[in-house]
Write a protein that binds this ligand. Structure first.
Ligand code: SAM
Length: 215
């Protein structure tokens, strides 16, 4: 059933290159990982996807949780246009997309949860702590921010991921955070932090931070 959602989402994009990217992305963050991340998302209420790209995962979590309303923001207007078109084609109406730069995110309105999937390493490092602070401000006490990113260790896995990042988007800056560094930034923003190691047979040093707003 959920694999069917993934197939339907990929089929909603016209461009074969985008479809190939989607297959690759859903292969990297495949069903098992989507479930590992999704278990921490509330079943209902407004959820924010920061750096949603083409909307793959916002569409997935919206389709898998009809009680959610997922709002995706991304700095890339073309990706946002494609996300909107895919949502319309799939008649998934519990999503909305907005072209916006996360660095200017003001935190308008409360959400029950927010997530960032492979975004932190693409944002200038000095802009990450203020963004975490503003996301903290959008959440209720006990609300959760999920950050899936790439650890700096072990080094061979980091180099593998760096090579793929550079192949996918050569001009996009990449700066990975160590688990200690990003954990400390989340704690400084007011979160309690747990780490969930997403162990993969592929050489990705995935790491999921479950950051809960302290009461
Ligand atoms: C590796 S892609 C991940 C996209 C999506 N989260 C996913 O997992 O498929 C990184 C995304 O971050 C977006 N991005 C980079 N800098 C951003 C910024 N300052 N504000 C919002 N989005 C940004 C890019 O446009 C791109 O769509």
């Amino acid at each position: 059933m959920r694999a069917d959602i993934i197939r339907r989402i990929i089929g909603a994009y016209d461009d074969p290159i985008v479809r190939a990217y989607c297959w690759a992305r859903f292969w990297v963050l495949r069903q098992r990982f989507l479930d590992e991340i999704g278990q921490y998302l509330p079943e209902s209420g407004p959820v924010l996807d920061v750096g949603c790209g083409f909307g793959l995962f916002s569409l997935y979590y919206a389709a898998a949780g009809p009680g959610r309303f997922v709002r995706g923001v991304d700095v890339n207007g073309r990706r946002i246009a494609m996300a909107r078109r895919a949502a319309a084609r799939l008649t998934i109406d519990n999503v909305a997309y907005e072209e916006a730069d996360a660095r200017n995110f003001k935190g308008d309105g409360e959400v029950v949860a927010a997530y960032m999937l492979d975004i932190v390493h693409h944002i200038p490092p000095d802009t990450v702590p203020p963004l975490l602070g503003r996301l903290h401000g959008c959440l209720p006490s006990g609300g959760v921010l999920l950050v899936k990113d790439v650890d700096t260790r072990p080094a061979p896995k980091r180099w593998f991921t760096w090579t793929l990042d550079k192949l996918m988007a050569p001009a996009t800056p990449v700066r990975y955070w160590s688990a200690e560094e990003l954990g400390a930034a989340l704690r400084a923003a007011g979160f309690e932090v747990r780490r969930h190691a997403m162990l993969d047979f592929l050489p990705y040093p995935h790491i999921l931070y479950i950051a809960t707003k302290r009461s």
